[in-house]
Design a binder for this molecule. Structure first.
Ligand SMILES: Nc1ncnc2c1ncn2[C@@H]1O[C@H](COP(=O)(O)OP(=O)(O)OP(=O)(O)O)[C@@H](O)[C@H]1O
Ligand SMILES: [Mg+2]
Length: 452
């Protein structure tokens, strides 16, 4: 890693002398004749270390130090100073300068200090990176997929996780909405406490109300003890309201109040309970439509929909299918003590052609039954559920009049390649042929478009 050093000094000689020295030491060097100019580099964010003169016309070294530590904490600042200013330099150390050096500068000494500071920085950066990777892998460990849709979703999750903004997750059944909710929670510091799940559709109106808000002893017949509600239990954590589209108007009003004021009363209770809760809700209904029809409160819809994450159906990200297949194959091999190594090309092709209306849940179920059914080391078309196996027969492609079969084959292959941005592995998978076969055909036709 090549580090970039910024040198700020209003004396041209010093600036250039230092620059030449550090360029020889194989660092990237940027120079600035004033604090103001230097900070422009800093705010662009690609500076790893700052060497700044203390006394300059305009902005002095102290202010440079202050701004750098505020803008880019972790970037070491080394202060250069004349003999008369040692006290100010010591003061700068107190305010977070990495070190200071008296002028005239001893180049060897300065180089040594810079090296040490950057070694520290490198260690810290590596540590941060490692920490981030570990966090990523645990937060997203169950979310398989490398499609741009999934990557974008993970990016959004990362961005919004730490805030308390409500999130509305929409998408068809089985796309992984619950997984997204879990990732948001796991990626935030709220993960220290468990996420509280409420399956809104599963509970009757009265039950849902006392589940969410709790009840006092004697609030209604059968309430023979005080019960804390899920909102109360979710204090300091996340509450996941699954199938929020199913709740009735009276509960909608109560949830709205919690979102607005972060407070509520238990059923039959007087005492107001304040909570710090992050609300994540999910639905496979079109809530906007429900609002128009007057079935869902508009104000609640907007409160929930501060951040919107739409999980696209599997048919719109078919490139995730191979990874999902592999992951479920591993899982069910383990569970059934089998050692199936993959799918034959016909089975693979059928899985690709199928539209997966039940999305990932359906794919997972399909893989589970296929693993159980399979008696060889490869899953074949006969191991797949009939609805999916049917797809291997495929649509009939007719050979246009005047074209040979080979010409038609070529057209189909090239169209698929183009549709998959020249990704040969993906195209071969989609067409149910081996990548090598595809490559051979392309070479025979004198086409060698490099691509994955
Ligand atoms: N990206 C993914 N990687 C691995 N497994 C996934 C992924 N997305 C979903 N799944 C799995 O698919 C199944 C369905 O996911 P989930 O329950 O989150 O869907 P949902 O959108 O909440 O569906 P519903 O609307 O029916 O409740 C679960 O077993 C989940 O673990
Ligand atoms: Mg769900």
């Amino acid at each position: 890693m090549k580090f970039t050093i910024l040198i700020i000094d209003d004396e041209k000689n010093i600036r250039e002398g230092l620059a030449a020295n550090f360029e020889l030491e194989d660092y990237n060097v940027k120079t600035a004749a004033s604090g103001e100019e230097g900070l422009e580099y800093v705010s662009k964010g690609d500076i790893d270390l700052v060497i700044s003169d203390l006394r300059m016309n305009g902005m002095g070294g102290e202010e440079v130090l202050q701004r750098v530590t505020a803008q880019t904490p972790g970037v070491p600042v080394i202060i250069l100073t004349g003999h008369g200013d040692v006290n100010s330099a010591v003061d700068a150390m107190r305010h977070g300068a990495y070190d200071f050096l008296l002028k005239p500068v001893d180049l060897d000494q300065l180089t040594m200090i810079v090296k040490r500071a950057l070694e520290n920085r490198q260690l810290r950066l590596e540590h941060q990176q490692l920490k981030k990777e570990v966090e990523d892998s645990s937060a997203f460990s169950t979310m398989i997929g490398k499609s741009s849709a999934i990557m974008k979703m993970q990016e959004t999750i990362r961005k919004v996780a730490e805030s308390r903004a409500s999130v509305l997750i929409t998408g068809e059944s089985g796309v992984g909405k619950e997984l997204v909710a879990r990732a948001i929670h796991n990626y935030s510091s709220r993960k220290a406490k468990e996420m509280i799940n409420v399956h809104c559709a599963a509970l009757s109106e009265t039950l849902l109300e006392s589940e969410l808000f709790g009840h006092e002893k004697g609030a209604f017949t059968g309430a023979d003890h005080l019960k804390k509600g899920r909102f109360e239990l979710a204090h300091g954590s996340t509450i996941f309201l699954d199938e929020i589209g199913e709740i009735n108007q009276s509960v909608q009003i109560k949830i709205l109040r919690v979102l607005q004021e972060r407070r509520f009363e238990r059923v039959g209770g007087e005492q107001t309970i304040e909570v710090d809760v992050r609300v994540v809700a999910a639905t496979n209904r079109n809530l906007e439509e429900e609002v128009k029809k007057g079935r869902f409160r508009e104000d609640l819809y907007y409160r929930l929909n501060v951040v919107h994450i739409h999980v696209p159906p599997l048919r719109e990200r078919k490139e995730d299918i191979p990874l999902l297949i592999q992951s479920f194959l591993d899982e069910f091999n383990r569970e059934n003590s089998k050692n199936i190594t993959g799918l034959d090309s016909k089975a693979k092709s059928a899985m690709f052609k199928y539209d997966w209306p039940g999305n990932i849940r359906e794919l997972r179920n399909c893989m589970e039954s296929a693993v159980v059914m399979c008696s060889g080391d490869h899953i074949t078309i006969d191991d797949l559920p009939p609805g999916i196996a049917k797809k291997s027969e495929g649509e009939v492609i007719t050979v246009p009049l005047g074209q040979t079969l080979e010409e038609t084959e070529k057209t189909v292959i090239l169209e698929n390649l183009a549709a998959n941005r020249n990704n040969k592995s993906k195209t071969a998978d989609l067409l149910g042929i081996g990548r090598k076969t595809l490559q051979r055909k392309l070479s025979e036709w004198g086409i060698d478009n490099s691509g994955e």
